[in-house]
Every structure is written in structure tokens, then in C-alpha cells.
Design a protein around this ligand. Structure first.
Ligand code: GLY
Ligand code: MN
Ligand code: MN
Length: 472
């Protein structure tokens, strides 16, 4: 793990982005040109836009967060930015623009122009390159725009212009770079995790305190606490829509914070975390609204926690991406048999439960995903060196054919979530004291040579630690 201070991070950032662009230039080869636009602004209604969020690939290579910007990297290592021109009137209405005159020095790029010059400049920049690289199927209209520049170039072949012969998807190449997090990224993700952890602590304490004071508690009270803590620590926004699910709402996997009553004796599941300086965190904690677990809640909570510990132990360099999931499933499936969620007379042994996916009734999602600039971050989940090894099998539940490829081998610096859960909907044979309990525990991990480093454990996870925190 990195120990960079925030100030050191700020001083180093231009060099970091320059190094990534140099790596990109080398990968596309001397005859290549890469074209990367940032995200478009999105209208919410009439004069209101959704809060602007830059494109992650673009940001990864520039650290620049203004809209209407493009990066062009050529194989000779030159980087050109196209950005909004200075415009006093627009800046009065919409805010400061860096502008192309200041951009090269400020961002450490070779050249910058107004984005209004894209159509005039791009054919010339492409002229003589043999391959064009851009992210496929990510930006509406990008292919058309690039076609236009290629067409303009082709119209000049009689005057000596040279058109590229190939187009390549830039996503795969940048995904591989983004998959392994450098020290700067790890430091930012750790800070994001700490802010999100503090927010969870506040929400837990508020719930118990309000209930002790006899006040009505609603999901939005807890959500407000989370957002307050994110923002007061400088996080720009939540990394995804906050889930604050009281009682039975926790069994809805994509529930959003709403106005549900948070009641004494029930659990609350919070899956919420901030985005800081372009990097996501992703934390879930499940806690008793009043600060004390009931017997059945504790039984299932400790089972999920044990499954998470098994998954954490399976997360290390050299393991497969699926190993943590398989380890979690094994513990959960055995636990479901032990506590009577599954009846061994009906579903058979542990091996049968796993083979037939009988656990799916209570655990229906995967145990993790890559995390980074995007909460569900980019990167192949199959091992590139073994991509040709395809096998097929019949799915035990649906009977459908599933194509398997060997799962990704974890390497130091990869970042993933570890998030097992149990969700109990009433059904025949399901013990009533477990009905409507939904539990997930989620932490963010960076793979290390010997194991993994958890970024989000500043917020307690053990039963007694949570109860102690909520008493205080
Ligand atoms: N919060 C989204 C997820 O856990 O994947
Ligand atoms: Mn997650
Ligand atoms: Mn989550």
C-alpha cells in the first residue's frame, strides 16, 4: 500500500498522467493515433443538467475534468488536448475554463487547441498514421465523427494525404492499464474508503441514537447522514445510488434509499460510498437499527461474516478471480444447511447444494467485481493468456448452456470488492424467524503478493464491535 500524502499526490499527478500517456503511445505503436473524448453533458430537464461526470478513460490520461474535451495521443509520444475556449460570457454563467493557452503548461501536455477546431485539425493529425485507436461503443456519435475526419482525409489523397488502414478498440488496451492500480490510485481509493467508512459509522450511530430518543427514523435520515459525511470530507459525490434498506427492503438487491421506517428490532442494510477525485469506494454494512442483534439476525450475520472472511483469505496474487466467490459460497451453503435455511433431506449434501446451486434461493449474486474509477470497474474477468480454453456446461438451475473460460488470475495491485450476503424471502420450509432478513457485508480490497489489503475496514464489521459502536 502507498503512503503518499495528499500534497505529494497533487505534486505528482501531472507526471503520473504523462507516464500513462507515454505507455499508451508505446502500446499503439509509432504509426498509431489514439482519440479519446471525455463524457458528454447530460440534460436532466429543460435548463438543468445532471451533475457532470468526466469520462474515466479520458480522466485516467489527463486528470482534466472539464466537459467538451478530447485527448489525441500519437505514437511518437505527443499529446494534444482539445478543450473549451476561454469565453468571458460563458464563464460568467457556467464557470471557469482552463482554455487552450494555459492547458499545456497546467496539464503537462505538448499542445492544446479549442475544441471548435477539432474538425479542422483532426484530419491533419490522422494523416500518415497507419492505425486509428478509439473507444468502441462508448460515446454516442463518436464513430460517425471519426468517419467524417477519415472521409475528409480521403478526399485529399490526390494531394498526397495518407489514410490509416486499420481501426482498433482502445477499451481493451486501457482496461488492462486501469486494472492494476498504481500507488496514486491506491492512496486515493484508501482515502475514499476511509471517508465512506466514517459515513457508515455516523449512520449507525444516528439510527441507535434517534431510536433511543423515541424519534421516528426513516431511511432518508440515514442517507442524509451519509451524504453529509461524504461532502464535508471533500468527496465530490456518491459513487453510485445509495442503498439504505430498512427491514424487508434489504431483500431487494437494488433498493434505493427511500422513506421506509427504520424500526427497532429490524436490521438496516446500507450499501453506499463516495467517489473521491475520480475513484469509487463501495461499502455495505448491515446493522441492527437499535444497536443490538436479535438471535436469528446474529446467526445469519455471523454466517455472512464467516463467508466474507473465507473470501478475503482466498484473495491473493496467483489466485483466480472466482476463488473468493467459491470460498464464500462454500461457507454460506454449509451454513444454510446448518441453520435450517436448506433442508438436507430435500437438497442433499454440501456438494449437492453447490452443484445444483440450491444456495441461489438466498444468495443470488456474485461475491465481487473490479473497483476503481468506476464502481464496477473495467477489466476482463477472464485470463487473457487462456482465452482460447473454452468449455461449455449446462446451468443447474435454468438448463441453459453456459460458456466458461478460465477466470482471471489475480495480480498485485488489482482492486476488487468482497461482498457476500444472504437474503431470506418467506417461502415454504424457510424458518419464520429468518423471514425478511437481508444481510450483505462488503469491503474493498487491493490484491497484494501475500493476500489483500482492505481499504474499508475503518468501519467495524464484527457483531460486538458494531454493538459497542452503536452503544456509544
Ligand atoms: N453498490 C454496488 C455494488 O455493490 O456492486
Ligand atoms: Mn459492490
Ligand atoms: Mn455496494
Amino acid at each position: 500500500m502507498s503512503n503518499l500524502t495528499h500534497q505529494e499526490i497533487a505534486m505528482n499527478t501531472n507526471a503520473i498522467y504523462a507516464q500513462r500517456r507515454a505507455q499508451l503511445a508505446q502500446k499503439i505503436g509509432a504509426g498509431g493515433i489514439a482519440i479519446i473524448p471525455t463524457a458528454a453533458e447530460q440534460q436532466r430537464n429543460r435548463d438543468s443538467d445532471f451533475p457532470y461526470r468526466h469520462d474515466s478513460y479520458f480522466y485516467y490520461l489527463t486528470g482534466f475534468t472539464e466537459p467538451k474535451a478530447w485527448l489525441v495521443v500519437t505514437g511518437d509520444g505527443r499529446s494534444t488536448l482539445f478543450c473549451q475556449p476561454k469565453d468571458t460570457e460563458r464563464e460568467i454563467w457556467d464557470g471557469y475554463r482552463l482554455g487552450p493557452t494555459a492547458a499545456p503548461a497546467q496539464l503537462g501536455l505538448e499542445a492544446a487547441y479549442s475544441e471548435t477546431e477539432l474538425d479542422a485539425q483532426l484530419p491533419g493529425l490522422i494523416d500518415g498514421r497507419d492505425a486509428v485507436w478509439f473507444p468502441f461503443a462508448t460515446h454516442k456519435g463518436l464513430e460517425t465523427r471519426i468517419d467524417g475526419w477519415l472521409g475528409a482525409l480521403r478526399a485529399r489523397v490526390r494531394f498526397g494525404a495518407l489514410c490509416p488502414k486499420t481501426q482498433h478498440d482502445l477499451c481493451g488496451l486501457l482496461d488492462e492499464m486501469r486494472l492494476v492500480k498504481d500507488a496514486h490510485e491506491q492512496a486515493t481509493m484508501l482515502r475514499a474508503g476511509q471517508i465512506s467508512g466514517a459515513a457508515h459509522i455516523r449512520a449507525m450511530q444516528l439510527s441507535a441514537n434517534m431510536l433511543r430518543a423515541g424519534q421516528e427514523v426513516r431511511e432518508y435520515h440515514l442517507e442524509a447522514e451519509l451524504l453529509h459525511e461524504f461532502r464535508r470530507n471533500g468527496a465530490q459525490s456518491p459513487a453510485y445510488g445509495s442503498i439504505v434498506a430498512a427491514g424487508a427492503n434489504a431483500c431487494v438487491l437494488h433498493y434505493r434509499a427511500d422513506r421506509g421506517l427504520v424500526q427497532s428490532g429490524e436490521l438496516v442494510l446500507i450499501d453506499a460510498a463516495c467517489e473521491l477525485d475520480g475513484y469509487a469506494s463501495d461499502i455495505t454494512r448491515t446493522f441492527p437499527a437499535n444497536g443490538v442483534f436479535t438471535g436469528p439476525q446474529r446467526t445469519l450475520y455471523e454466517l455472512v461474516l464467516a463467508s466474507q472472511e473465507a473470501a478475503i483469505a482466498a484473495t491473493k496474487a496467483g489466485a483466480r478471480f472466482t476463488d473468493p466467490h467459491d470460498a464464500a459460497v462454500k461457507v454460506l451453503a454449509q451454513g444454510m444447511l446448518d441453520v435450517g435455511l436448506l433442508d438436507k433431506n430435500k437438497v442433499g449434501s454440501l456438494d449437492d447444494v453447490i452443484e445444483k446451486r440450491a444456495y441461489f434461493q438466498f444468495y443470488m449474486h456474485r461475491t465481487g467485481h473490479w473497483i476503481g474509477m468506476d464502481v464496477h470497474d473495467c477489466g476482463d474477468y477472464t485470463e487473457p493468456s487462456e482465452i482460447g480454453q473454452v468449455s461449455t456446461r449446462q446451468d443447474a438451475l435454468t438448463g441453459g448452456t453456459i460458456k466458461d473460460r478460465p477466470a482471471r488470475i489475480l495480480r498485485a495491485g488489482m482492486a476488487l470488492t468482497i461482498e457476500p450476503g444472504i437474503y431470506v424471502r418467506p417461502a415454504d420450509g424457510v424458518p419464520e424467524h429468518f423471514h425478511h432478513i437481508g444481510i450483505r457485508i462488503e469491503d474493498d480490497a487491493i490484491v497484494t503478493d501475500n493476500g489483500c489489503a482492505l481499504l474499508t475496514r475503518s468501519v467495524p464489521v464484527g457483531v460486538s464491535e458494531i454493538e459497542a459502536l452503536m452503544r456509544s
